[in-house]
Design a protein around this ligand. Sequence first.
Ligand code: 1HN
Length: 353
Amino acid sequence: MTATKPRPANEHHGGGESEYFERVRSKSMGPLWKAMGNLMPLTPRPREVPYQWKWSEIRDLVYESAKVVRVEDAVRRVLMLLNPGIPPEQAAVTQTLYAGIQIILPGEVAPAHRHTPNALRFVMEGEGAFTTVEGEKTILRKGDVVTTPNWTWHDHGNDAKGPVVWLDALDIPLVNALSGMFYEDYPQKTHPVRDATNSSQRSYGRGLRPTGEVRNTAYSPILNYTFGSAQEALETQPSGAWSPTDGRVVEYLNPLTGGPILPTMDAFLQRVDPGMTLRSHRQSSSKILMGVEGEGTVEVENEVFRWKPFDVMVVPAWAKHRLTCVGRSPAVLFSYTNAPVMRALQLYREAVL
Ligand code: 1HN
């Protein structure tokens, strides 16, 4: 008797391995054993790459956009910051986050609409534009952080003498990945102002709250976090509160929960003082940093980005990064991340190196 010869693993019904994979693929199936390593790397492999946009380059192109398109046609006149590691049609600065630079000229109105992505903006240049969100108006000044949360009506205008420019931060790629995108135009150019200017800052922003008003929104009730209040909180912070990886930091908080300003994004103002040496770390959240005052560096993996005010830097998920201050003045940065989503899904991790 001759023993039965085992059939070679790559011979299925005589067709060979690649012929088998072709038949599998033609039926919309795939072999997991070929995909495992890519599906489950040991640590995150985000598509976004470390990157920097220089304000000196952004600024000219953003001002030029005001000659290229009218705001009525543009709806929002914005140059998006597109991460070179991600296809441009995804409008992504990281896999989950969006960043853009918006300009509004005197006399212009950016028409009212609402959408499911959450937004916050950081005012970079100019003074005296206004934003109305769900009937509350606020005047925008340099350094203010203003929210336009999920499904809130919002329009912008500019009664001032010069252009006003700001950074828009949204969770558009995340919302698209979840197929949660809804959008609606308001029937008029603007929606009606209902509340006193900056009323939410006065009602909720001073350690008090109106007890008769029941809020069950996942986002902060405060519309405008002024630069002055954030700066003051940074400056008066006791040295014992400094973070070994981030220096002095304040978070823009939802005062009703003590949690992040928006359910999908948190935001911070931070300060690295001259001579302060910070440690490198990795976070599973992805982060966008914008220089505000002073000068410094953001070291990301093997790259060193030297920044000046309003340069924008990307720290990809799980990338090793470290901040330094350059020069004699403190280095102040604004940042936002997707950490609230990562925490909610038990995906947030940090390693201090
Ligand atoms: C939007 O509504 C604004 O309200 C900014 O200023 C950027 C990007 C995509 C979709 C809507 C704004 C936006 C946006």
